[in-house]
Design a protein around this ligand. Structure first.
Ligand SMILES: Nc1ncnc2c1ncn2[C@@H]1O[C@H](COP(=O)(O)OP(=O)(O)OP(=O)(O)O)[C@@H](O)[C@H]1O
Length: 280
């Protein structure tokens, strides 16, 4: 079963956390939502999890018994062992007996936690704990999986385990919506949603987002317009709007990080402070 929000708006007092957002999450697909702090990523996930109500727009999602949520917090009980955490969640979903035990063993193995099954969650590393939380969200094979920054604080090796778990859930038919701040990782998702202060700046496959990006990015030690530049490694990248002729150094093929930063700057500087996008 797929899930969607259409023209979704969510307000918290004066803050518009989602502002007319439309996103489809088809079954079998991994949709990655990216964006900076406060972009609205958690609110989008929590809306589909029915934890946050829409102020306007519509949504469709399976009911709570058929969705799995990995929240932004720890996502497991510190005093319970890995196995007890999984048994507890399986019990909440009415799973027991040998099928449940087999599923728990399977998820412990998929999470690379076989050797840690009897350790309390409090004794796990941050990355192991995140994998446990992901396994807990998936234990009942939900048709919608909502993962809020599953890989934050997870080392590169454990991130491979996590991605395998997420890919397997999608291959089993789950619709997966995950948020991430790791843009290199987001490029691996089949579909991307770039959020910035509650609005969608771009969405589509990585190729769509890349192709749809208009403007030029240059690599420079000395940006002509510093407010339109950002640090990348030892150098700076600078954004030039469509039609502008960059007056400094070489053009780069933008990656997702460049595109997200350029789109965010474009929105922030041109729509909110009135700074002209037009190059000198
Ligand atoms: N319960 C709440 N009460 C008041 N404001 C909230 C609440 N939840 C979110 N917000 C505000 O809504 C906006 C979007 O927050 P959200 O947590 O969805 O962003 P995010 O992209 O997940 O950011 P982060 O990565 O920092 O968690 C922010 O300005 C945030 O302060």
């Amino acid at each position: 079963m797929s899930a969607y929000v259409r023209s979704a708006t969510v307000r918290f007092g004066d803050t518009v956390a989602l502002d007319g957002v439309s996103v489809n999450v088809p079954s079998g697909q991994i949709v990655a939502v990216v964006g900076g702090d406060g972009a609205g990523k958690s609110t989008l996930l929590r809306t589909l999890a029915r934890e946050v109500a829409l102020d306007a727009g519509t949504m469709s999602a399976p009911d709570k018994s058929d969705l799995g949520l990995l929240p932004a917090g720890p996502g497991s009980w510190a005093a319970l062992t890995v196995r007890q955490n999984l048994e507890f969640v399986a019990g909440i979903y009415g799973r027991s007996g040998s099928d449940a035990t087999a599923r728990i063993d399977e998820m412990i193995a998929r999470a690379g936690l076989t050797g840690a099954a009897d350790r309390t969650a409090s004794a796990l590393s941050g990355g192991m704990r995140r994998k446990l939380a992901a396994a807990m969200a998936m234990i009942h094979r939900p048709s919608l999986l909502l993962l809020d920054e599953p890989s934050t604080g997870v080392d590169p090796v454990s991130r491979i385990d996590l991605w395998r778990m997420i890919s397997e859930a999608a291959a089993d038919g789950a619709a997966v919506l995950m948020s991430t701040t790791y843009l290199d990782e987001a490029e691996r998702a089949g579909y991307l949603v770039v959020l910035e202060r509650g609005r969608i700046l771009a969405q589509g496959s990585y190729d769509d987002v890349h192709r749809g990006f208009t403007g030029t990015i240059t690599r420079t030690a000395d940006p002509v317009r510093p407010e339109w530049s950002w640090r990348r490694g030892h150098e700076r990248h600078e954004y030039w709007p469509p039609g502008a002729t960059p007056t400094n150094s070489s053009t780069v093929d933008p990656d997702l990080e460049d595109i997200v930063i350029a789109l965010s700057l474009r929105r922030m500087l041109s729509t909110e402070t009135g700074v002209s996008e037009v190059a000198p």
